[in-house]
Structures are given as structure tokens and as C-alpha cells.
Ligand binder design. Sequence first.
Ligand SMILES: *Cc1c(COP(=O)(O)O)cnc(C)c1O
Length: 342
Amino acid sequence: MIDLRSDTVTQPTEAMRDAMAIAPVGDDVWGDDPSVAAFEAEVADRAGFAAAAFFPSGTQSNLTAMLVHCARGDEVIAGQRSHIYRDEGGGAAVLGGIQPQPLAQQADGRMALEDIAEAIKGDDIHHARTRLIALENTFQGRVLPQDYVQEVTGLAAERGLACHLDGARLFNASVATGKSLAELCAGFDSVSLCFSKGLGAPVGSLLVGGERFIAAARRWRKTLGGGMRQSGLLAAACRYALHHHVERLADDHRHARQLAEWLGGIEGIGVAGQATNMVFLDVPAPHCAALEGFLAERGILIAVRPRTRLVTHLGVSESDVRRVATEIAAYFASLAQEPTTE
Ligand SMILES: *Cc1c(COP(=O)(O)O)cnc(C)c1O
């Protein structure tokens, strides 16, 4: 199967499974797991923060960050199409009494600086207390411009707000720009990083921040049911990915570029955009279900929508993306040959 639905579908490699098998472990709720501790310390250092905590998912890591930064009746400013606002079950509101203030985003994920400034509420008993601004990098594969990140974190500092980065795919941004993780994390109070996306680990996200922030995050993580026991098995997979699967993200980016180029030559569809490991494709609505079925019969998994997202990852080779382009071309070519009844 060639699976382009997401970069979450990766299988752990043999070498990653070997690293998991030999990892020393302990009860991490008691602070006893050396593999978790080593992984947390290494990533915290690389990101330029004092501490880190290992989480079972990026959703729980982002939620924990919001619960630490905000109390009941506080507010977080986030993009209308951001994962935190749209794709995490409203967790901050459900579990923290935290009010989201979603703002419109441009195609590249930026909220207008004036919109952010205007949404920050003054000290008035009518309002929720604005406490936090959350950004996302990459956003739908696109890297946030670094000068924009500096403007937003600068504004937050000026207005006394905290700033959180949902960096689920921040390693993709780092490889695409040549900027270090620390450069991309600068100015934020906390950052969430996923290892179960293109990096290929089966499970795991890391929340990085200051000592006191992470101490509070560990408390919330336990409350949320995210305190894990011999989780060094999982941390070992993530650490293996950190050491062996970061530079190779450049291959995924190259495959996505090639795929976009090949798809661009097919009549009947349009490439709406490509960035890092994602390609967005416009497919005429009447063809979505049929194309999805046609590809599935040929061992290709794509969730075909009017705006289809294709994601490359370590389970997808150059010949795989070539085959995908060839099969999509074959589908549209077969239509052209069908006799019309008119
Ligand atoms: C995947 C993802 C997350 C976290 O998702 P989990 O599936 O809970 O690990 C957070 N933000 C973005 C932008 C993501 O793509």
C-alpha cells in the first residue's frame, strides 16, 4: 500500500524497534525512567529550553500548555483553522474553562497583527482575560515567516501575554529553512513537538518550556491521565527518530515537490499548493469518490476531497509518488476515452 493520507501512518522501522527493545525503563510517574529522562533533556537542550515533558499525543501536550498558561475565565488567541482551535475537541474549553478567541488566517497561516492586537482585551470585568497567543508551525505544510513569528512573540511580550507554539511539524520547518530548532523556538514560552508524524515514531510528543512551566505541566499531565509508566519504550523510538529521521525529512519535501510537479501536468485536476511534505490538489467534486475508489483498488490510499491533501513521509519513496501520479493520470485519461451518450 502507498498511503498518502497523513504522515501519522508510518510504521516503526526494524532499527527503531531494536532501539525500543533494548531501552532501559522505569516508572516514569515516579521519575524513574532513564530513557524518558534522557530524551526530554536532549530535546529541551536542542530547543533552547530548560525542561521538557513526554506526552502520549500532541493534543494532550497542547492542551496541557493551555491549562498551565490559562486559568478558568482566561482566553487564548488562536487561528480559526489552527489545530488547537479546530482539531482538538475543544479541550481547553471543555476541561479548562478557557475561552478560545479564534482569528482569521491568511493562506500561509498568519493572523493579521492588527487583528491580534485588537483581540487582546483590556482589564474590564465584561471580558475574559486574554492570557495566551498560540501559533502553529508548519501550518498546512507551510513554514511561518520568522519575522512574523518575532512580531507576534514581541507583541505578546509587550502586552504581558504568554506565547505557545504548536510545532507538531517544527522539524519539517527546521529542515526546510536550515534554521535550528532553537532559532524556531525563540521567543515562545512553550512549544509542543510531535514525533509520531513524519519522524516516524509510533507514539509521542514533547512539551518544552521553563522549569516551573514543565513542573506545572507534569501535574496537569497526571490529571489528564497522561502519566505513563515504562514509557521509555516509546521515548526510545522517539529518540531514535530524533537521531536518524530528521535530516531525511528533506527527502519527503523533495518527493512532495516532485509529486506536485507531476500532478500539475494532469488535465482535470489542479495543484493548489505544495509546501514541505504536503501537496494540496483540487479535484472536481463529482470525481472525488470514484477517484478514491480507483486508487484504493490499485493499492493507493488517499482521502480524495474537493481540496485533497497528500502527505509524504518515510514510508513513501520516489517511485511511489511517481506511481501515484501515473495512476491519477490514468484515471483522468480513462474518462476522456469513455464514449459519451450525448
Ligand atoms: C498532529 C497534530 C497535532 C497533534 O495531534 P495528535 O494526533 O494528538 O498527536 C497538533 N497540531 C498539529 C498541527 C498537528 O498536525
